[in-house]
Design a protein around this ligand. Structure first.
Ligand code: ASP
Ligand code: MG
Length: 403
């Protein structure tokens, strides 16, 4: 008998019939004697609909009230799923994030979970009930409703699994696992049977949208075995675990594409201590995540400073940098959203030399210009013109024999 956390995303609970199918799936595990926690997202499209409503009420909706509004999406699905379970004879109880004290910090729209009170949930499990929890939401220290960022239900599920020491956390979604790359771009892409937390983290950070990145961080930190599988077709999915020395690691596990990357360049700033801090300080104070950073070598005491952020943060960055640029005497601040980041990920890179060279040669052969490069121990990322993004992905998938 295992303790399982199962999470169903928006498309998996997108209609009455889908919710009934989820109930059948949950009931099957419950009838085998497993203790079940189920975390659900809002019905597909609902979070977007609520955000649009907020936008039609206010040009810049207050973050606190936005969270009150969007958290209702998940409240609908927990109640409906609990009813569906009850209708087929499986006792269930639903809880909002606040009710089971999913305690977060106070950053509305991007809150981080600090603590979960497992006692209440445990009691229900002991009493043979399925516990249905609203994903994506929590409360801060003052009981304000917070949300965890888009895709945040994944993180709720992993956090529940970590705090209850669950045997496995299963993320049911509309794809049947993690692929070597996006099959819509490369039809020959393969499902991976397993992948390490580290690789998954790099893939998610590089734009693979299977799981919310924070959920992977959480799972790695607390060593929660995480499985991504389809709620539409049976299958083993992809297991995300720790690196296993007995396994031969493939050199490259996947190629990720992120189209939502934008570049900011601050031109002609003085080449002296404190510049990186002056430019990036206000960005980080605004909780905007910076990805690649490049500072060119100085010429005549002047330099350029370039970094990338998510495209949705571009406008905000340009606004924030306007006074900074003035103060530093920079000639201009340029934003460019027609950019894509392509990343090659694999733990096998640690023990293979020359992968970067091979990557650059393959791109050069296709006439694709590389703008920026960054590397980690298990990843090489480049940014290219958006127009060449898909060609670059196809080229690399083939070059590294991933099909
Ligand atoms: N409903 C939220 C969203 O659409 C959270 C989630 O689905 O994980 O982002
Ligand atoms: Mg999702």
């Amino acid at each position: 008998m295992a303790l399982l956390v199962e999470k169903y995303g928006g498309t998996s609970v997108g209609s009455v019939e889908r919710i009934q199918a989820v109930a059948q799936n949950v009931a099957a595990s419950a009838r085998q004697g497993h203790r079940m926690i189920v975390v659900v997202s809002a019905m597909s499209g609902e979070t977007n609909r609520l955000l649009e409503l907020a936008g039609s009420m206010h040009p810049n909706p207050p973050a606190r009230e936005t969270d009150v509004l969007v958290s209702t999406g998940e409240q609908v699905t927990i109640a409906l799923l609990s009813m569906a379970l009850d209708a087929i004879g499986v006792p269930a109880r639903s809880y909002t994030g606040g009710q089971i004290r999913i305690l977060t910090d106070e950053i509305h729209g991007k809150a981080r979970i600090k603590k979960i009170d497992a006692a209440r949930v445990m009691q229900d499990l002991e009493n043979g009930r399925v516990v249905v929890v609203a994903g994506f939401q929590g409360v801060d220290g003052e009981n304000n409703i917070t949300t965890l960022g888009r895709g945040g239900s994944d993180t709720t599920a992993v956090a529940m699994a970590a705090s209850l020491n669950a045997d496995e956390c299963r993320i049911y979604t509309d794809v049947d696992g993690v692929y070597t790359t996006d099959p819509r771009i490369v039809p020959e892409a393969r499902r991976l049977a397993r992948i390490t937390f580290e690789e998954m983290l790099e893939l998610a950070g590089a734009g693979a949208k299977v799981l919310q990145i924070r959920s992977v961080e959480f799972a790695g930190k607390y060593n929660v075995p995480l499985r991504v599988l389809s709620s539409f077709e049976p299958g083993p999915g992809t297991l995300i675990t720790y690196e296993d020395d007995t396994m031969e690691q493939p050199m490259i596990s996947g190629v990720a594409l992120n189209r939502d990357e934008a570049k900011v360049t601050v031109r002609d700033v003085p080449d002296r201590p404190g510049i990186a801090y002056a430019v990036l300080g206000p960005i980080s104070d605004a909780h905007i995540i910076v990805d690649m950073i490049v500072q060119n070598i100085g010429l005549d005491g002047m330099t350029d400073f370039t970094f990338t952020v998510g495209s949705s943060d571009l406008e905000r960055c340009l606004q924030l940098l306007e006074p900074v640029a003035k103060e530093l005497g920079a000639t201009e601040v340029i934003g460019d959203a027609d950019l894509a980041k392509i990343s090659l990920v694999g733990v096998g890179m640690r023990s293979h030399a020359g992968i970067a060279t091979e990557m650059f040669r393959a791109l050069a052969d296709k006439g694709i210009n590389i703008q920026m490069i960054s590397t980690s121990e298990i990843k090489i990322s480049v940014t290219v013109d958006l127009e060449y993004a898909e060609l670059a992905v196809r080229t690399l998938h083939k070059t590294f024999g991933l099909e």
